[in-house]
Design a protein around this ligand. Structure first.
Ligand code: ZN
Length: 319
């Protein structure tokens, strides 16, 4: 068995690439490059190639010890052909990542979406280790999830299973980025909380989050956490409202799929423990009694590295 794999996590604001030890899942080296301004296929390919070269360094022998390059990316992927079909966040469409990286490095290349690789990472070396039957839910800019059943990811007929962010929680509700109305993501994501806080501030509500805000910059999960710690009324109200919706979404998963475990991750869960604790308590209370009595909740533990670690093991999926 070759000793290492390379995992690349391609996101809307950064590309994180890492050299991973295949036996332990440890991140041995990592390189981070920003993608905020320079998007489009040319820039993205250049940064992926440069990061991989930086990881390999001058050690020519290292290349022969690399089993594969795995790429986890935002957007829609065609796993079998290795093509990034559409990633509006990166301004990339029909980009054949497998072919391009294969031509540069002559190593097998696998791709998957960001939620899928994060779930794979948690399954191999994180909160899902030893459990064959769980659902991962990540809360950040959006709300995404991945379902693992009998140790395998469930993809569905079109590869889009797990889109929990777009289950409808309010028939006449807020417009979602997907075009529909009342999707969970429009109520329970960090972006949703951000919009609620901003809307209230515009109407003149007072909040200590103003102490952390900078003009033109977004509200971050850590600003939300600091405000919750200071018992800010407005921020607690918005976080509680989001938790009310997210717990409803989780209760629906529990009743519908009946998993053993739900792993919660993403920026908002990591930063705001109040949100996590409130959400899991309510999710249990809103579920049917029999599955509610057994369901376990855990926080994802690999944090920022879950994507690169999971991507490095995409090869085990077999295509
Ligand atoms: Zn939607």
């Amino acid at each position: 068995m070759k000793k290492y794999s390379i995992g690349i996590d391609l996101g809307g604001t950064k590309i994180l690439s890492a050299l991973i030890d295949r036996e332990t899942g440890k991140v041995l080296e990592h390189v981070k490059k920003k993608t905020k301004k320079d998007k489009g296929p040319g820039n993205i390919v250049k940064k992926m190639v440069e990061s991989t070269q930086e990881l390999l360094g001058d050690n020519k022998a290292l290349l022969s010890e690399i089993s594969s390059i795995g790429v986890g990316t935002a957007g829609q992927t065609d796993r079998e052909s290795g093509i990034l079909v559409a990633a509006p966040n990166l301004d990339c469409y029909n980009l054949n990542i497998r072919q391009i990286l294969n031509e540069y490095f002559n190593i097998p290349v696998f791709i998957g979406n960001d939620v899928e690789v994060a779930a794979l990472g948690e399954q191999k070396f994180g909160a899902g280790k030893g459990c064959d039957d769980f659902v991962c839910v990540f809360v950040g800019t959006g709300v995404g999830s991945a379902i693992v059943k009998d140790g395998k990811l469930i993809y569905g007929a079109t590869g889009t299973a797990g889109e929990i962010g777009h289950i409808i929680v309010d028939l006449n509700g807020r417009q979602c980025a997907c075009g529909a109305h009342g999707c969970l993501e429009a109520y329970a994501s960090r972006s949703a909380i951000e919009k609620r806080i901003e809307g209230a501030l515009k109407k003149g509500r007072k909040s200590c989050i103003l102490d952390y805000l900078e003009p033109g910059k977004a509200i971050t999960s850590s600003m939300i956490e600091k405000s919750v710690e200071r018992e800010d009324e407005l921020v607690i109200q918005c976080v509680t409202e989001a938790s009310e919706y997210l717990s409803g979404g989780l209760a629906s998963i529990i009743n519908f799929i009946n998993p053993k475990l739900i792993i919660l991750g993403g920026g908002l869960i990591e930063a705001v423990d109040y949100f996590y604790q409130k959400t899991i308590k309510k999710a249990r209370a809103k579920s049917l009694p029999v599955p509610a009595a057994k369901i376990q909740f855990k926080k994802a533990i690999l944090g920022d590295f879950s994507g690169v670690i999971g991507a490095a093991f995409l090869e085990e999926r077999g295509f």
